[in-house]
Design a protein around this ligand. Structure first.
Ligand code: S3P
Length: 447
């Protein structure tokens, strides 16, 4: 696993052109949910297109430790024997979710609904991230949780004999918080709900419905209320995971920002609650076509056809943040090549991701000669109207998306960009380096 893997430095060299077709691995959000919900269902499910990145493999290992039978049958193809809602066994070892906030927080929702005791930890990055956002509502539902320093992993969680349903209004816009509460709600009597002021990704709701759960979504004057009916069994069904738009973002931005590039990325998820980056790129003047739109296991997908051209700076409004929360680092790279400045507003949540991404992006851009300002929770990037200087050394800070974003910057810059450690890319995008090379991206081990 990456926390023990050797550090791997990598240099991205200025690249003249990018072209070709490449398949991006499965969606990380859907992959975690496919495993967790299949484990809680009745019957057997075959999951195809599962992301076999380290984050998802950690979720699989945690479920195995809780008595779930999971069998890998081929690349991305897994068979899961469901144990029913409330059917997990008490794990004999500590559940280590590695670098994965999604794995840890969604699993906590599941564990709250089991009358068992479990110990949960992560790597140095995950053990610094806030957990109260999920443990507070789960405690309100009756789970006993003891956190390190009252806020962090490692923690101990004990589910009660009977959970209480709640209606929870989350103070943060977070699909992880919403999902943890809904997953716990499967084990509670009556209806458990979440009120969200800003809509966040709805993969949990879609997959719950796909497996037969009663989920209702009601639009409110401000936001929406999502209710799940508990104490009803889920029925296992085969699930196909679509290509991850958050991973597609890296080759997509590289191609969209490089005049002359022509790249196709087939079968990418285009869920509107994940699509903020592509909306922003369109406003910047990017040439991206959504071809062959279709639906796969309740999720919309398309083939992305991208042609490179010079982009224009824009203002990205704060209310777009939930639909592109993981894509700000790579949008900042697109902004660095654009004409004019780009202002990204309302990025407070970026400070509590795998790293403090607001600082990491600002530091990485500054190290590469890009004029960048952090003003409150806003990030302002002055575009170079072409290749930014580059030539810097960037610290990835145990953050896969920081590593991939700055490798893309190196392809688009005047001089090479070196990342101190790219091993964490394995958490979400195994094969990233090979995929970028297959499109013509020059990624090399530093001399
Ligand atoms: C995710 C939700 C997002 C995102 C993460 C995946 C999910 O986190 O950053 O990579 O799968 O629910 P928040 O919902 O906490 O912002």
């Amino acid at each position: 696993m990456s926390s023990q893997q050797p550090r791997r430095a990598l240099t991205a060299e200025p690249t003249e052109s990018l072209g070709g077709t490449a398949s991006v691995p499965g969606d990380k959000s859907q992959s975690h949910r496919a495993l967790l919900l299949s484990a809680l269902a009745i019957g057997e499910a075959r999951i195809t297109g599962l992301l076999e990145g380290e984050d998802v493999l950690r979720t699989a290992a945690a479920l195995t430790a809780c008595g779930v039978t999971l069998e890998r049958q081929g690349a991305g193809s897994w068979r899961v024997e469901g144990r029913g809602v409330g059917g997990l066994a008490e794990p004999a070892q500590v559940l280590d979710l590695g670098n994965s906030g999604t794995g840890a927080r969604l699993l906590l929702g599941v564990l709250a609904g089991q009358p068992i005791r479990a110990f949960v930890t992560g790597d140095a990055s995950l053990n610094r991230r806030p957990m109260r956002r999920v443990t507070d509502p789960l405690a309100q539902m009756g789970a006993s949780i003891s956190l390190r320093a009252k806020a962090y992993l490692p923690l101990m969680i004990q589910g009660p004999e009977r959970l209480l349903p709640i209606l929870y209004e989350s103070p943060v816009a977070s699909a992880q918080v919403k999902s943890a509460v809904l997953l716990a709600g499967l084990a509670a009597p009556g209806q458990t709900g979440v009120i969200e002021r800003q809509a966040t990704r709805d993969h949990s709701e879609r997959l719950l419905r796909y497996l037969g759960a009663a989920v209702t979504v009601e639009e409110l004057e401000e936001g929406r209320r999502i209710l799940v009916t508990g104490e009803q069994e889920l029925l296992a069904r085969d699930i196909t995971v679509v290509s991850d738009p958050s991973s597609a973002a890296f080759p997509a931005v590289a191609a969209a920002s490089l005049p002359g590039a022509e790249v196709t990325l087939p079968g990418v998820g285009i869920n509107p609650l994940r699509f903020g980056l592509f909306e922003s790129l369109a406003e910047m003047g990017a040439d991206i076509t959504l071809a062959n739109q279709r639906e796969v296991a309740g999720e919309p997908v398309a083939d992305l056809q991208i042609r490179g051209r010079r982009l224009q700076g824009i203002t990205v409004p704060a209310d777009r943040a939930p639909s592109m929360i993981d894509e700000y680092p790579i949008l900042a790279v697109a902004a660095a090549t654009a004409k004019g400045s780009t202002r990204m507003q309302g990025l407070a949540e970026l400070r509590v991701k795998e790293s403090d991404r607001l600082s990491a992006v600002a530091a990485g851009l500054a190290a590469n000669g890009v004029a960048v300002t952090v003003s409150g929770d806003d990030l302002i990037v002055e575009g170079a109207d072409g290749r930014p200087p580059g030539g810097g050394l960037v610290e990835s800070q145990m953050d896969h998306r920081i590593a991939m974003s700055f490798l893309v910057l190196g392809l688009l810059a005047e001089r090479p960009v070196t990342l101190d450690d790219t091993s964490f890319i394995e958490t979400s995008f195994p094969g990233f380096v090979e995929l970028m090379r297959s499109l013509g991206g020059r990624l090399e081990s530093p001399a």
